[in-house]
Design a binder for this molecule. Sequence first.
Ligand SMILES: [Cu+2]
Length: 256
Amino acid sequence: MNLSKILLCVLAFFYVAACGDEDSTVKKNHSTTTVASVEHEHEHEHEHGDVVDVIDLSSVADPPAVSVAATLDGEGGAMLAIELENFELVPLETKSGNQPRQGHLHIELDGSTVAMISENHYHLSNLVNGHHKISVSLSAIDHRNYYLDGKPISDSVMVMIEGGEETSAPDISFEVEIVGGKVKGGLSRFEVSKGDSVEVIVYSDQIDEVHLHVYDKMKKVEPDAPAVIRLDATIPGIFEAELHSAGFRIFELQVS
Ligand SMILES: [Cu+2]
């Protein structure tokens, strides 16, 4: 097992628990949500990259399955009801070895892990206006994701929040597209001024994770869900962003 991955997972969890998500996706907000629509999104079939640090259960008879439904709470949040098949939730503190049908759940909001739980319901609160993708995936006791036929065992819903808090528009926005293992149009260096609020949207035809160094932003990217990285350009310098599994540079950010 990969210790750094586990550490990252645990750190991310405590960071979220202690500080809240620094991204503007989640904001302390109790204004009333007036309009609500929830639609179910089926996982698209897609090719997967060389994903490491997962446990593939393709050879296990009666592998586990998960499905999630979201009900908006009318206050900018969503209640998740999670149904499991062939999967037993065990407490997060469990230290014993992995069993193919045991573990816990990772909750992701727009590609970032926001919670790890061992219950079949969860309340996500204080979402800002707009579309959000909420995913629930099965995790082994050691926090590696369970896979089946090369894809995560997970389910997603798209929710549309309206009447909640507005997202503040970034000062400057960039887009990067990765196709067939290459950055479309070549590597770009995005120049911003110190103090700017910056948004970089990364599209990829492979599942991977975008990592922006120093600012230490990590976002999952999928063919049907771009990674949206938001940051305040407080640190001057030139910073590299890479695709984590593929291991190549996808853009540079210059803050001056
Ligand atoms: Cu975990």
